[in-house]
Design a protein around this ligand. Structure first.
Ligand SMILES: Nc1ncnc2c1ncn2[C@@H]1O[C@H](COP(=O)(O)OP(=O)(O)OP(=O)(O)O)[C@@H](O)[C@H]1O
Length: 300
């Protein structure tokens, strides 16, 4: 277990991490979720030991092994997939037979077996990322740190990437992966929400959904009059939040029955044939709400 206590870090006087405390190593997959500039990269670098925190402690480092995959491709572009893996295996002190066995296993997990002789620099973005992961877990570290492994990856490959991370976790390596895609919480056992250098919450994703204090309603296909409806709803339900996604309108409110009744009355007064339905919150809404609250305001 790695225990961080009150970790802070600044770049030339500007705080990037502010009193972060948590313990890593209990959960299989932890997602470090936050918008651009939240401090994810900085936190991963502090945990990896690349940056020295200006204050706070990290305990449990002794005998605890790490792997780290940065946002940038750090392997040798002119060497083949296989050569890269043997090279990193040697660096990590694995004997030739150990390397050969482990590399075969990782090639299978990553689906890179058909590319063993290809130059690493010529692989697709997704394959490079998988090769970086394979190289980082050759020595079976206790914890693998990944900095936005799905950044810029298409949705289908993103799912594949998380499947790969799940196999890595099943192999005994815990994962801490950062992401700015809020929906990727679904792949994690634990989620840490980072916002402007502060850890807002660390909990299981299902609990974060359950604890969401708002109820959400949708009006499907609200048509061209969306803006008019948004204003009218705000008028009849003071304190609600209304926003549109595509052609649909969403309404958030802490309270239930009276909201539903008021909006239904409003909708029935028009001939647009619009209907109100309650929907389950998505991670996107739950986390956005947390970020907005942390900013001290509401309003989307
Ligand atoms: N080398 C640097 N010098 C000065 N400020 C920096 C430096 N690196 C990061 N910062 C600032 O520190 C804060 C946290 O940055 P960090 O890169 O850790 O965030 P992030 O959540 O990883 O975002 P991103 O998704 O953009 O990488 C940001 O305000 C950023 O502008």
């Amino acid at each position: 277990m790695l225990k961080l206590t009150n970790i802070s870090y600044s770049y030339r006087g500007k705080k990037a991490l502010d009193q972060i405390s948590f313990t890593l190593g209990g959960e299989n997959i932890t997602g470090l979720i936050g918008p651009d500039g939240a401090g994810k990269t900085t936190l991963l670098k502090v945990i990896a030991g690349l940056y020295r925190p200006e204050s706070g402690q990290i305990s449990g480092r002794e005998g605890f092994t790490l792997g780290y995959v940065s946002q940038f491709f750090g392997l040798y572009g002119e060497m083949s997939v296989q050569e890269n893996l043997h090279f990193y295996g040697r660096l990590n002190g694995l004997s030739y037979p150990e390397r050969t066995q482990r590399i075969a296993e990782l090639l299978h997990w990553t689906g890179l077996a058909s590319a063993i002789d290809r130059e690493a620099g010529a692989l697709s973005g997704g394959m490079k990322q998988k090769l970086s992961i394979a190289a980082a877990v050759l020595h079976r570290p206790d914890l693998l740190l990944l900095d936005e492994p799905t950044n810029g990856v298409d949705p289908l490959s993103r799912r594949e990437m998380w499947k790969l991370l799940q196999s890595v976790a099943e192999g005994g390596t815990k994962i801490l992966a950062s992401t700015q895609y809020l929906d990727e919480a679904a792949y994690c056992d634990q989620v840490m929400l980072l916002h402007k250098g502060q850890l807002l919450v660390a909990d299981s994703p299902s609990r974060l959904l359950e604890d969401f204090p708002f109820r959400i309603w949708a009006i499907r296909d609200a048509g061209r009059e969306r803006i008019k409806w948004m204003d009218k709803i705000r008028e009849v339900v003071p304190g609600c939040e209304v926003f549109s996604k595509g052609r649909d309108l969403y309404i958030l409110h802490r309270e239930e029955m009276s909201v539903q009744r008021k909006i239904n009355t409003l909708l029935s007064s028009s001939r647009d044939g619009l209907a109100l339905e309650e929907v389950n919150p998505l991670y996107e809404e739950v986390f956005t709400q947390r970020f907005l609250e942390a900013d001290g305001g509401k309003g989307r």
